[in-house]
Each structure stands twice: as structure tokens, then as C-alpha cells.
Design a binder for this molecule. Structure first.
Ligand code: ZN
Length: 150
């Protein structure tokens, strides 16, 4: 692997790809949305259990490349217990990091900072953001989202 690829596939990413967290359907979910990234073939469903304004639980199912799967796994860990406003804020920070490579406030993104190297690979940015778009669509009560229509 080149240095750049080593930069991209950090151990934490490989670990989440091998052992994805919250990788299951959520029987009592009250929101769900599918995300599709046709350019890479990533396809995930994100399940959310919203309790008023709080994300009590969040999970995902589906298949995709290592980056898309690790990003979805890390997202579910990061957003559990957060408010809808906090989830939107995380989305904005994460999107900015993928665009610029700058992590900004590292506390706010936590382990998601490991995906900062993705910004050097524009094709992979859509993989990393896919489950996040699905999560937002779910919060907004929409059922489907595609990186090619977003
Ligand atoms: Zn992908």
C-alpha cells in the first residue's frame, strides 16, 4: 500500500469494517431510510429509534466497501443518545472534514476523525458520507437517498 492508502485505511477503520457495531435491524425503530451509492455499490439501511428529540438507538444493515461500512458503524456508535440537533451538527462537521481534511474540534468528532484521510480520495467521500445521508433522511421522515441525487 502507498503511504496515502495507509493513511486512509487506519486500524480503527479496518476494525469497524471487520466487526461492525450495531450491525442489525432494529425491530422497534420508528424511522428507517435506505442509502444507495451506485458508483461504488454501497447500499445500507439505517434504523433509528427516536424518542421525542433523542436518538435512543441507531443501527444499520447492508453491504458496501470498507470505508462505507466502517463509517456507518462509527456513526451508530457516535450518535446513540444524541439529540437530533446534535446529530445534524455532527453531520455538518463530518461533511466539512471529508471536504477539507480538517477535523476542527476533535472532541466533537471523536473516533470519526480516523476518516479524515478520505478527503484525498474524492470517490471515497461518497462512501463515507452515505450512511450519514441515510440517517438524515430518516430523521426527516424520508425513506430513501442516493449519493447521485443528493
Ligand atoms: Zn464504497
Amino acid at each position: 500500500m502507498s503511504d496515502d492508502l495507509n493513511d486512509l485505511y487506519q486500524e480503527v477503520i479496518l476494525d469497524h469494517n471487520r466487526n461492525p457495531r450495531n450491525f442489525r435491524a432494529l425491530p422497534d425503530a420508528n424511522r428507517r431510510a435506505e442509502g444507495d451509492n451506485p458508483l461504488c455499490g454501497d447500499h445500507f439501511t439505517v434504523f433509528l429509534k427516536l424518542d421525542n428529540d433523542i436518538i435512543r438507538d441507531v443501527s444499520f444493515q447492508g453491504a458496501g466497501c470498507a470505508i462505507s461500512k466502517a463509517s456507518a458503524s462509527m456513526m451508530t456508535e457516535h450518535l446513540k443518545g444524541k439529540t437530533v440537533a446534535q446529530a445534524r451538527d455532527c453531520f455538518a462537521r463530518f461533511q466539512r472534514m471529508l471536504a477539507t481534511g480538517e477535523t476542527g474540534d476533535e472532541e466533537a468528532l471523536g473516533s470519526l476523525c480516523a476518516l479524515g484521510g478520505v478527503h484525498k480520495f474524492p470517490m471515497r467521500v461518497k462512501c463515507a458520507i452515505l450512511s450519514w445521508h441515510a440517517m438524515l433522511a430518516g430523521l426527516q421522515g424520508e425513506g430513501k437517498v442516493s449519493t447521485e441525487k443528493a
